[in-house]
Design a protein. Structure first.
Lengths: 168, 168
DNA sequence: ATAACCTTTCATTTATTTTTGAAAGTTTAA
DNA sequence: TTAAACTTTCAAAAATAAATGAAAGGTTAT
């Protein structure tokens, strides 16, 4: 397999994985393209490489910047904007975890906390089932949350290293 | 807040979280409904509670069974099928992790492994960027994979307990 | 055998998400 | 100020995903 083909395979696989996890396929593909590009690319280049429209490229790049995965660069003497992807995989993982925690996990943890407090007839099986399921899920969600907080602060080697040490 | 309202809130929140993570909203809602039901429910009851069609209810319940989150029950003397959700949150988390690992992570790890092997000109910046990004992502994916394997075998207390012990 | 009862399928319809591209907006240089 | 170069917006179109419901498929009891 040659580089050009391998690049396409990578972009395709990254896009597929993203879409399976609720991330816009194009956004994941643009990210993949930038990840394997040694140099920052222009909007035009992204449009051409992936055959997408200007509007789509612009919005997608902005989203990637919002996620903290891509940064704008300016070259002296040029007006065009260039886009460059963070290449450190562990930083990428942390940024994604951070963003999704904030957008999705935190809100649901808040709601679960409220639902945990709902009072009802302790003799009613419907209430008992509700209360115990919600309490259990709430506890698990909080554990996941704490683990993510740890991960956000940790170095990769420390994080996985320590996990593997215990569970070997 | 009373039970009926709380149940609706829970179903809504679970459905939203699911859809953000690439899981069909209705599937997550049916799961939520069954989770807070002390008794197994019939297709008719699921249809009525969530105002969904017979076909949708049937397919969604089948999917939940495929995921290992719901089981069919039969009551003696009755022909109707009843559906009951696994209530142990840790088992639920493990089943979801197991299923998604199998469906999504394993395939992508395989592709990354192949892309890692792609040969090219070591002087070419494009090749260097491709190779190092793919290698790094591949390594991270394999670490996540190993951690999931550990989780699949572990008890909840052991898993989180050990993580918190190190990172406290 | 057949009728009642229940489950499954799948061609259509409906809803949701994503993309397009032309127009509007902005910045820079002369 | 003007015009060229570049970026952003967003209403409309296209693509994708999900839901419907009537018909077909199975089972069981008589």
């Amino acid at each position: 397999m040659e580089l050009a083909e391998a690049k396409l395979k990578f972009i395709e696989a990254w896009g597929k994985l993203g879409s399976e996890w609720g991330i816009n396929r194009t956004m994941a593909q643009v990210h993949a393209l930038l990840l394997v590009s040694p140099e920052a690319l222009t909007t035009e280049e992204v449009m051409a490489e992936l055959s997408i429209s200007r509007g789509n490229a612009n919005m997608t790049l902005r989203d990637l910047i919002d996620w903290g995965l891509v940064e704008k660069q300016h070259k002296t003497g040029e007006r065009k904007e260039y886009f460059y992807a963070e290449k450190d995989t562990w930083i990428i993982a942390r940024r994604v975890a951070e963003e999704r925690k904030k957008r999705e996990l935190d809100p649901v943890i808040k709601i679960l906390g409220q639902l945990t407090e709902v009072k009802g007839d302790k003799k009613d099986p419907a209430f008992k089932a509700f209360h115990s399921s919600v309490t259990d899920i709430s506890r698990l969600a909080n554990n996941v949350n704490k683990t993510l907080d740890t991960m956000l602060k940790a170095e990769e080697n420390w994080f996985f290293g320590s996990i593997f040490k215990i569970f070997k």
